[in-house]
Design a protein around this ligand. Structure first.
Ligand code: ADP
Length: 303
């Protein structure tokens, strides 16, 4: 195994409607779609589609979604042996309402993701020890994230921590133990309490976090590209210019791709260049996991 993602999976329940019902009202909506998501699963799938050997440690509910989630991961080549059922819970679901202006209204029910625990990491320990990188996000309980970081340190495994969704109470001392800390600009703003609207503000907020002892801070800035900060060095990666159709899951595409290339060659700037192009390619298609190109499609996009 190259990469282990210890994180979330979600079922996207997407209703297309321009009218939301009021309390007590029942309305018909024109269309519906089911999708596989969750930040952890998205990042695992992105890396696997590029050819990385990826395993996932995750929890599904005791419901009809569980089997579909496991099958979906396996179909993309993700080792789902450690995706297990949390008895008596629902799977993580995200009812999403999309109107014809492409505005999203999203509810997140964490469900089984809230049950992922240290015991699940222990159960997967032997396989995890063989990985060179562990990728973490914050859609699972914080104590589990901290346990995973401790586990990685004990076994000399590098960690990417993607602090998404942002949790104001995140213990930065744990983030400092990770090789990479990868927020987007909104998460950086919530974590630091500083504005991040301009490049200058982003760098100032970044410096504040770096001052706490982070190793590598990589900030994604949507269509403005991304920045890598290490000590006093700032490395800017310009965005790949594309006609964006749907930017959902771009950050996950970026992280999954970065993980794959960094494990391959260890060159941070080069891995960011690839991740930037990969995420740009993904925003030219609708959806999240299904918009992530496989290795062959990505090569075609690059040439
Ligand atoms: P998130 O999905 O977490 O909000 P971002 O919006 O920062 O993440 O996007 C992650 C990366 O995806 C960016 O750093 C950039 O490389 C790429 N990206 C996102 N939106 C666009 C876009 N409209 N055009 C080109 N690249 C994009």
């Amino acid at each position: 195994m190259d990469i282990a993602v210890i994180g979330s999976n979600m079922v996207d329940l997407i209703t297309y409607t321009n009218t939301m019902p009021k309390a007590g009202e029942t309305l018909e909506a024109p269309d519906f779609a089911l999708g596989c998501g969750g930040k952890g699963a998205n990042q695992a799938v992105a890396a696997a589609k590029l050819g990385a050997k990826v395993m996932m440690v995750s929890k599904v509910g005791e419901d009809i979604f569980a089997e579909n989630t496991v099958k979906n991961l396996q179909q993309y080549g993700v080792d789902a042996r450690h995706v297990t059922v949390a008895p008596g819970t629902s799977s993580g679901v995200a009812p999403i309402f999309v109107d014809d202006q492409s505005q999203n209204r999203i509810l997140i029910i964490k469900g089984a993701n809230a049950k992922l625990s240290a015991a699940d990491i222990d159960a997967a320990a032997e396989q995890l020890k063989a990985c060179s990188l562990i990728v973490l996000q914050l859609e699972i309980p914080l104590p589990t994230v901290y346990y995973a970081i401790d586990f990685a340190r004990q076994h000399g495994i590098k960690v990417i921590l993607n602090p998404a969704p942002a949790v104001a109470g995140l213990d930065i001392d744990y983030a400092c133990q990770c090789e990479f800390f990868m927020p987007n600009e909104t998460e950086l703003e919530i974590l630091t309490g500083l504005p991040t609207s301009t490049d200058e503000e982003v760098l100032r907020a970044g410096q504040m976090l770096l001052g706490r002892g982070l190793k590598n801070l990589i900030i994604t800035l949507g269509n403005r590209g991304s920045v890598w900060m290490q000590g006093d060095t700032v490395h800017r990666i310009d965005p790949t210019v594309v006609q964006a159709v749907d930017t959902s899951g771009a950050g996950d595409a970026f992280i999954g791709c970065f993980a794959h290339y960094w494990v391959q060659h260890g060159d941070i700037a080069k891995a960011m260049q690839s991740a930037s192009a990969y995420a740009a390619c993904s925003v030219t298609q609708r959806g999240t996991q299904r918009s992530y190109p496989d290795a062959e499609t990505f090569q075609r996009f690059l040439t």
